[in-house]
Design a protein around this ligand. Structure first.
Ligand SMILES: [Zn+2]
Ligand SMILES: [Zn+2]
Length: 394
């Protein structure tokens, strides 16, 4: 491993920042103290700070030796800042001091790794161009802080050629990292099928159009979509998670609803399957004379790494963490991530940084970010910047 010595020496300091953030978790769009903390640190490093994008988002701008103003010499590196609405059970000395608030996804660590990198980059400036350090709110819970920052002009005000994200990953050894070429995380959409029939007396079903029978048929019919309509080399999950109908044992109701999530890895599969879910549901329900309408609540799109950037990141990982430090085995996950919105607009990739084989799982009440990763993640960020924005020779 070729970590940056100065960042190794800064581990103790970074650990104290991380634990401070851990003790004071804030959830989506409430990251007031966290964004104050980030701002104060960036300003103390002499970095230009812009606030208020996506309510609590922060952007730090670091110019290299020759910033030029050329968009091809610019890079965005992003960390998320929000915690989760849950109680912590770790009993750590620096456990959350707020009920129903916990950094159980390691965003305290992500914020700290980026701060550590920012401090080093601002002091050394061994790069040519401009680095935008993006601290975003509200990644969790479908709150789409990344999208909020984009809507507030992130990419208009700060012209960057590519954007990069990093997430700690329990189950992968600490000191190893991974970048998928192509899809890394799924897109997740909620759909709700409202089946409208004509209710009546349970004793006289022939005078009704029974939406409960239709709901049953729709439920069964949807099971064949992934198994029969999906390319075996593609990935998708349809889970029906809500079934609602009826209010009395002797009344056939007018309406039944069937709801669930669709998770996909490709834009085209997502579009196609949303259409297919509606078609299949309509066909199945028609047998009983019922009508179906579908509401889609779009969730995060799939996180798709740009191929050339993923390969580039793999090279940086091998350079910093050594050949064995690069994992290429872990499969993508059907979980979703709002960094996907940034990758829809910019080149770049999303890196998984191993948090340890035995690390408690993300979103567990026993989870704690592994502080050993602080100099590793910060070194990766710095080397990524320096490789992407190399200084001219001479
Ligand atoms: Zn999370
Ligand atoms: Zn997370």
């Amino acid at each position: 491993m070729e970590l940056i010595r100065e960042l190794e020496l800064a581990k103790k300091k970074m650990t104290s920042w991380r634990r401070h953030l851990h003790q004071n978790p804030e959830i989506a769009y409430e990251e007031m103290q966290t964004s104050d903390f980030v701002t104060n640190k960036l300003q103390s490093f002499g970095i230009e700070v812009h606030r208020g994008l996506g309510k609590t988002g922060v952007v730090g701008v670091i110019h290299g030796q020759d910033s030029g103003g050329d968009i091809t010499s610019s890079i965005g590196i992003r960390a998320d800042m929000d915690a989760l609405p849950m109680d912590e059970q770790t009993n750590l000395a620096y456990a959350s001091t707020h009920p129903n608030r916990m950094h159980a996804c390691g965003h305290d660590g992500h914020t700290t790794m980026l701060l550590g990198a920012a401090e080093y980059l601002a002091r050394r400036r061994h790069f040519n161009g401009t680095v935008y350090c993006i601290f975003q709110p509200a990644e969790e819970g479908g709150n789409a802080g990344a999208r909020s920052m984009i809507e507030d002009g992130l990419f208009d005000r700060f012209q960057m050629e590519s954007v990069w994200g990093m997430h700690n990953w329990p189950g992968l050894e600490a000191g190893r990292a991974l970048v998928h070429v192509g899809p890394a995380m799924a897109g997740a959409d909620i759909f709700i099928l409202t089946i409208e029939g004509a209710g009546g007396h349970a004793a006289m079903p022939h005078q009704t159009k029974d939406p409960i029978v239709a709901a049953g048929m729709v439920t069964v019919a949807l099971q064949t979509l992934v198994s029969r309509q999906l390319d075996p080399f593609d990935h998708a999950v349809i889970s029906l998670t809500k079934l609602e109908a009826g209010s009395a044992f002797n009344v056939i109701p007018d309406i039944a609803t069937v709801g669930g999530t669709l998770r996909t890895m490709k834009k085209t599969t997502r579009k196609d399957f949303l259409q297919q879910i509606e078609n299949v549901a309509q066909t199945a329900a028609r047998v009983t004379g019922c009508q179906v309408s579908m509401e889609v609540r779009p969730g995060y799109p799939p996180t798709i790494n740009h191929e050339a950037d993923a390969l580039f990141a793999r090279k940086v990982i091998s350079d910093v963490l050594g050949k064995d430090g690069l994992d290429t085995d872990l499969t993508p996950t059907m979980g979703a991530e709002d960094f996907s919105y940034m990758l829809q607009q910019k080149e770049g990739a999303y890196i998984w940084l191993g948090a340890g084989k035995d690390s408690p799982k993300l979103h567990s009440s026993l989870y704690d970010f592994n502080d050993e990763l602080l100099p590793i993640g910060a070194s990766l960020w710095v080397r990524m910047v320096e490789a992407k924005l190399p200084q001219q020779a001479g």
